[in-house]
Every structure is written in structure tokens, then in C-alpha cells.
Design a protein around this ligand. Structure first.
Ligand code: ADP
Length: 316
């Protein structure tokens, strides 16, 4: 370029343009540096991410391995449980068969011995019979438990008046309660709707609750059997004035084999009665629960749905 004819203004203008270019270049240089730094950071983050992914993949593999092992163990346990239940079932049946014969023969012998009410033999025979009856009861509970956990119960439904069932069971247990100077009062309304249920099992449940009341509430206890009808349910309450059950224990007594520590040594039992009873009530579409206050007593209750036939037309 020939600068002789260049004016001062032109020179100033060009100088400005050059300065502008230098500033732009410097800006681009900074941006480039920043971009390089960001790229280096990204690379680092990327590597960290890859390491994390590898770590999680390993954890995933470990989890899968453990899951497979647990599944295998579950299958094994299930098999063992089945075999154990089968064993309990067979054993209880094997023991029950000769016991039935002993109870039957013992009953006949007892009748003969009753001719002499003072005889020592009579008392001994009564002890034997009581013992065998207890044994039969325990074996029945074991059989029920095995049945509940494996094949399940088969219920035979029929229309029932729960009041009659409670009365039947009450007269069965009354002699046992009298021996302990206990009173049993039934509070039964003149009529309640019929329910659909299995007679034998419902009687077994009520007998179990009354036996527990008599067993745990002690000599001289006052026991009540109450029947009520509430909406589309029939309720049964078995109330005693025994020592009561703490809230913590109330939550546990419906689980298999659980017995309150203080009762384990003092009373016979397997801790299965309430578990089986609750299960059977639930199979009927009902509920079972306990209300208890320490020092005042316990009330075991269950509710059963009123039979469909009994519901008024407009409720159906
Ligand atoms: P079992 O009578 O064979 O011990 P259950 O399942 O019927 O088994 O009862 C479980 C436990 O609940 C009993 O061992 C006892 O500790 C407690 N229990 C049951 N009924 C009563 C009751 N009416 N009063 C106080 N405790 C009770």
C-alpha cells in the first residue's frame, strides 16, 4: 500500500479496524481456552461415569446372583416345610388312632367304676381320661395347623343360629368351670339373624375361647358369653375378668406357637388355638380380635356376616 496518499482519517480508521480484529482474536483465544478446559472436564466426568456404570453393573450382577441363590433356597425351604407338615400330619394321625381306642375303653371303664364313687380307682381313671382328652385336643390342634398351612380346611356351610352353637358349647364346658368355681353367664338376645357357617368348626372356635377364658382367668373367674347383631354382622364376645394381656402381647397371641411367657410353664398348650380360630373365622368372611386391660380382663370377639338369605331385600 502506498501510504503517501493516505489521509490521517483513513489511517485512524484502519488502525481501529486492526485494533478491533486484535480484540476479537483475543476474545476467541480465551473462548478456545475455556472450551479446552470444559472438554478436559467433560472427559474426566465421562470417565467417572463409566467407572460408576461399571460399579453398578457389578452390583447388579451380585444382586442377580443373590436373588438366584435365595430363590433356590426358597424352593428348598418350601419343600422342607411341605415334608415337615406331612410328617406332623402323619405323626398326629398315628398317635390319634390308638388314643381314640384308649378314650373309648376308658369311658366304659369309668362308667363301671362310678358304681363306687369313693374308690381310688375311679379318681385314677378320671385322671387318665382327662389326660388322654388333653392329648387328643393337642393332636387335633397340630392336625389343624398342618392342614391350615398345607392343603387348607374344607368348610361345610349350612344355615346356623350362632346362639344355639354357643349354648351347646357352654353346656359342654360348664362342668369344667364348676370344678374351678367359675361362673359362665350367657347374654343372648331373643333373636339374631342366621349365619352361613361350618357348625363343627364354629363350635370348636367358641370352645377354644371359653377354654382359654377358664384356663387363663383362674379359679373363681367370672366369664360371659355375649351374642349381638350389628348391621349385617353377628358378633360373639367371650369376656373374662382375668389378669388381662398387655398391648404388646395382644399383637402376638394370634401368631402360631406364641404363648405369653408367664403362661408357658403354668398351663398346658401349644399356642395354636387362637391362630387356627382366627384363620377359620376369616375363611367365613369374618374377623377376630381381642380387647384387654391389664388387671381387668380380656374380651375375645369375632364377627360373622349375616347369611345372604337373611338380609332384607333392599340391602341386597
Ligand atoms: P394355648 O391356649 O394352647 O396356649 P392359644 O393360641 O389359644 O394357645 O393362646 C395363645 C396365648 O394367648 C396363651 O398361651 C395365653 O398366653 C394367651 N391367652 C389366650 N387367651 C387368654 C385369656 N382369655 N386371658 C389371658 N391370656 C390369654
Amino acid at each position: 500500500m502506498n501510504y503517501e496518499h493516505v489521509t490521517k482519517e483513513q489511517l485512524t480508521k484502519e488502525l481501529k479496524e486492526v485494533q478491533q480484529l486484535v480484540t476479537t482474536f483475543k476474545g476467541q483465544q480465551t473462548e478456545c481456552k475455556q472450551a479446552k478446559k470444559a472438554a478436559a472436564n467433560l472427559g474426566k466426568v465421562n470417565q467417572e461415569l463409566l467407572a460408576e456404570i461399571a460399579k453398578y453393573k457389578k452390583i447388579g450382577k451380585d444382586l442377580q446372583k443373590r436373588y438366584d441363590m435365595e430363590r433356590e433356597q426358597r424352593v428348598l425351604l418350601e419343600k422342607e416345610r411341605g415334608e415337615r407338615l406331612q410328617f406332623i400330619n402323619t405323626l398326629a394321625h398315628e398317635l390319634k388312632t390308638p388314643l381314640t381306642a384308649i378314650v373309648a375303653s376308658g369311658g366304659l371303664l369309668l362308667e363301671e367304676l362310678r358304681e363306687d364313687p369313693q374308690s381310688l380307682r375311679l379318681r385314677l381313671m378320671e385322671n387318665i381320661i382327662r389326660g388322654t382328652e388333653r392329648l387328643t385336643g393337642r393332636l387335633s390342634e397340630l392336625l389343624d395347623m398342618a392342614r391350615m398351612e398345607s392343603i387348607g380346611f374344607t368348610l361345610t356351610y349350612e344355615l346356623l343360629d350362632i346362639r344355639t352353637l354357643l349354648q351347646n358349647v357352654a353346656s359342654e364346658i360348664m362342668p369344667l368351670m364348676s370344678e374351678k368355681q367359675q361362673s359362665l353367664i350367657l347374654s343372648i338376645p331373643p333373636s339374631v339373624p342366621m349365619i352361613n357357617g361350618d357348625k363343627q368348626h364354629l363350635e370348636q372356635i367358641m370352645l377354644n375361647l371359653l377354654t382359654n377364658a377358664s384356663k387363663f382367668a383362674g379359679d373363681g373367674a367370672k366369664i360371659k358369653g355375649i351374642v349381638k347383631s350389628e348391621g349385617d354382622r353377628v358378633l360373639v364376645h367371650i369376656k373374662d375378668n382375668g389378669s388381662g394381656i398387655t398391648e404388646e402381647e395382644q399383637a402376638r397371641i394370634f401368631t402360631p406357637y406364641y404363648r405369653i411367657e408367664a403362661d408357658r410353664q403354668r398351663f398346658p398348650g401349644l399356642g395354636l388355638g387362637l391362630t387356627v380360630s382366627k384363620h377359620l373365622i376369616e375363611m367365613h368372611g369374618g374377623k377376630m380380635w381381642v380387647d384387654s386391660t391389664v388387671g381387668e380382663g380380656s374380651t375375645f370377639s369375632f364377627s360373622l356376616p349375616v347369611a345372604e338369605q337373611e338380609k332384607p331385600r333392599n340391602l341386597l
